[in-house]
Design a protein around this ligand. Structure first.
Ligand SMILES: *Cc1c(COP(=O)(O)O)cnc(C)c1O
Length: 399
């Protein structure tokens, strides 16, 4: 077996949680077993995706589901489905869509690096709203009427980035879109937990919703979920799955693809670059069962104890430690370490850099460095790493 060390890498202490840059969430033993089991046997991918999709549909309260290569892949596939439906010519032409409607309306304030996944399918954004609050020029955020005013014959759909504070509210956007027969694609990649979001976002009427499989669900880092309308999920499936078969033999499960709707067999679609392996599907489905049954909730107290160990090791240092979060939030508790930069004579950026370059390398949450604060998330740490982490931070804080 080749190890990270064989390749010249030193494994880090990951105190950031399930971030993609550092490899995502820890996979529970049952998920790893499913991966290994799945790798030793062979099944037709269409049948596997249909079966996984049935269970995803149950758990999300939607018509259909698909295991994708991450939530970003769900966005590309969902966009491709909305652009093409079952039109074989369009499926073949993507990402070029000059001769059919390809515009997605998006709130300017919901633009993010992840929307490249929508544009990758060929869609073009039409932005609405203004960043008035950020620019100190006003007090209002994007409003639902602005979407409707932007709809034209070139509009294909609406893209919505879901968050607890997203504006305008998703139901208002859906109402405006559906009034014009336009579908709404929702990015909910990071909106789990809470578990109820698995079904509640789709229940608002979204046509397609994408989730990450490698964040809170704790499946393989390279997996995700697309769920929603049966016809759209079917279109996404045929644009992702390998199509190297004969039309007169091709026999996809009818709940995945209604063959009658197709005029022939498409060639590999734009989603063929986003393939998911059989063992990844099995591992994700195992993780999804664990997540949705609340199996991870039991770890909260252990995680909290890890943070207490770290905080107590830092007493006397020029920093204020605060543990945040509650078990009801269904999220890992976090420890914020607010550094007295003046007393220390170093900034939080300096400390963060020192931790990354130390032995062992330590990566902490870096979202609040500008405010002088390090954030510790215990999800990807082991119990014996807590004292080590505390020691390293203590050293950087002048111990
Ligand atoms: C993580 C994330 C994604 C990408 O999800 P992957 O599963 O890593 O592809 C997309 N959008 C948002 C808002 C995210 O947080």
């Amino acid at each position: 077996m080749t190890s990270y060390q064989d390749l010249g890498l030193t494994p880090i202490i990951n105190a950031t949680g399930a971030v993609t840059r550092l490899g995502g969430a820890p996979m529970p033993p049952a998920v790893l077993e499913a991966f290994c089991e799945g790798a030793g046997q062979w099944v037709p991918l269409e049948q596997l995706q249909a079966a996984a999709g049935r269970r995803i549909a149950e758990l999300t309260g939607t018509e259909a589901g698909l295991v994708t290569a991450g939530s970003a892949a769900s966005l590309t596939l969902g966009t491709a489905a909305i652009l093409c439906g079952f039109d074989l010519g369009r499926i073949e032409r993507l990402p070029h869509c000059d001769d059919f409607p390809c515009e997605f309306v998006i709130a300017r304030e919901q633009r993010s690096g992840y929307d490249h996944a929508v544009r990758a399918a060929g869609a073009r954004f039409v932005e609405v709203g203004f960043n008035e609050i950020v620019s100190n020029a006003g007090v209002r955020r994007t409003e639902a009427w602005e979407y409707e005013a932007a709809f034209t014959e070139n509009t294909a759909g609406v893209f919505y980035g879901y968050g607890h504070d997203s504006q305008p509210p998703l139901p208002e956007v859906i109402e405006r879109a559906h009034r014009h027969g336009l579908p709404v694609l929702v990015d909910a990649a990071g909106e789990l937990p809470p578990k109820r979001n698995l079904s509640e976002i789709a229940a608002l009427g979204a046509d397609l919703v994408g989730f990450s499989g490698g964040k809170a669900i704790r499946g393989p880092q390279s997996t995700g979920i697309l769920c929603g309308r049966r016809d759209l999920v079917a279109s996404a499936a045929i644009q992702m799955l390998d199509m190297d078969d004969h039309l007169n033999l091709w026999d996809p499960p009818p709940e995945l693809v209604d063959r009658e709707k197709l005029d022939g067999l498409p060639r590999h679609g734009i989603g063929r670059i986003l393939k998911v392996s059989k063992e990844e599907v099995l591992a994700l489905m195992t993780a999804l069962e664990l997540f949705s049954s609340g199996a991870y909730d039991a770890e909260w107290s252990e995680q909290h104890a890890r943070l207490e160990t770290i905080a107590s090791g830092l007493s006397g240092r020029p920093a204020t430690c605060t543990i945040e979060g509650s078990i009801e939030a269904e999220r890992s508790p976090t420890l914020s370490i607010a550094i007295d930069e003046e007393a220390l004579g170093r900034t939080a950026f300096d400390v963060c850099r020192g931790l990354r370059n130390g032995t062992p390398p330590v990566y902490v949450g870096h979202g609040r460095l500008a405010q002088g604060t390090l954030v510790i998330n215990p999800l990807c740490m082991s119990d014996d790493q807590a004292p080590e982490l505390s020691r390293r931070i203590g050293e950087e804080l002048g111990g």
